[in-house]
Design a protein around this ligand. Structure first.
Ligand code: GLN
Length: 298
């Protein structure tokens, strides 16, 4: 019987991951070993500790899953977003660091305001809504999600963060869903936005994620069109609509927002320099609505 230490296991996993073409093999090996053996691979641990048979077996199981292409995040069962940890698993989109751009933008634009009502559409894990509840001065936050599998993780994360966020099971493309939430100061969404062609060429790991959270229709813009049309009147006067977008989608999404009458439409880059976040405001001029009502009567 050979004795394996945590360090031996990490080296062996690194080897197998690297030879299957996984980049960051050593880092992933530490994460897998820590998860399988129950040590904190990001903190201090004694690499000379001998692993038990059960731990070695568990490592082999997790490695086998990873070698099929399953994302590391699903295997670990959790992933960090904006410095806190969210539960993830099959059936929900994994939080991406790109999406932290939305949080930064919301803090910049609304950081000084009080008693905000925030609605997060296509909420998935709830990483956006739950983080905004923690970082902004919120009166209430609603996370709207269509799928039960994602809703499971949303509820788990609300509990994990001792959050007051209200989870709403509804289809954001159904106009009736707007009746389930109040008028908002901020409507934020990271909707599915990958076009039909790119859906055919997804990275191996991304293919494990729910296509409902990725596919934005033939041209990728279905959800922007639907959300802007259905939800813009749910903004309070002066309220902000904010989207994550895919690389190269800024012109079309800004156009959709401008055409719908949203004002002050802007785009912001992520840390990689890619335009990632588009915002616009609902600005109703005083007396504007009344004027039309009067014209109608004539
Ligand atoms: N950013 C994700 C990806 O590139 C897509 C998420 C989405 O469609 N909202 O895989």
């Amino acid at each position: 019987m050979v004795n394996y230490t945590y360090n031996d296991i990490i080296l062996s996993l690194t080897d197998k991951l690297a030879s299957s073409g996984i980049t960051n093999a050593h880092w992933e090996a530490r994460e897998l070993a820590g998860c399988a053996c129950g040590f904190n691979c990001r903190g201090r641990f004694d690499g000379k500790t001998l692993a038990t048979d059960a731990q070695i077996k568990q490592c082999a199981l997790l490695l086998a899953r990873r070698l099929t292409g399953e994302p590391l995040q699903y295997i670990l069962g959790e992933w960090d977003f904006c410095g806190t940890t969210f539960e993830v698993g099959q059936g929900v989109l994994i939080p991406r660091s790109d999406t932290e751009t939305l949080i930064d933008t919301a803090l910049k634009q609304l950081g000084g305001e009080k008693e905000l009502t925030v609605v997060d559409l296509c909420a998935g894990t709830g990483c956006i809504g739950i983080t905004l509840e923690e970082k902004l001065n919120c009166k209430e936050v609603y996370c709207v999600e269509k799928y039960d599998t994602a809703m499971y993780f949303l509820n788990r994360n609300i509990e994990k963060h001792s959050s007051q966020v209200k989870a709403v099971l509804a289809d954001v493309c159904d106009p009736k869903s707007t009746e389930l939430v109040p008028e908002a100061d901020l409507i934020v969404s990271n909707p599915p936005y990958i076009n039909a062609e790119d859906m055919q060429n997804l990275q191996r790991e991304v293919r494990f994620e729910p296509k409902e959270a990725l596919a934005g229709g033939e041209d990728g813009f279905d959800f922007y069109r639907a959300i802007v049309r259905i939800w813009k009147d749910k903004l309070k006067n002066g309220g902000t609509m904010m989207f994550e977008i895919g690389a190269g989608q800024e012109d079309e999404v800004m156009e959709i927002m401008i055409q719908s009458g949203l004002k002050d439409v802007r785009v912001r880059r992520d840390m990689a320099g890619i335009n990632r976040c588009v915002t616009g405001k609902r600005v109703e001029q005083e007396g504007h609505v009344n004027l039309y009502e009067q014209l109608d009567k004539k």
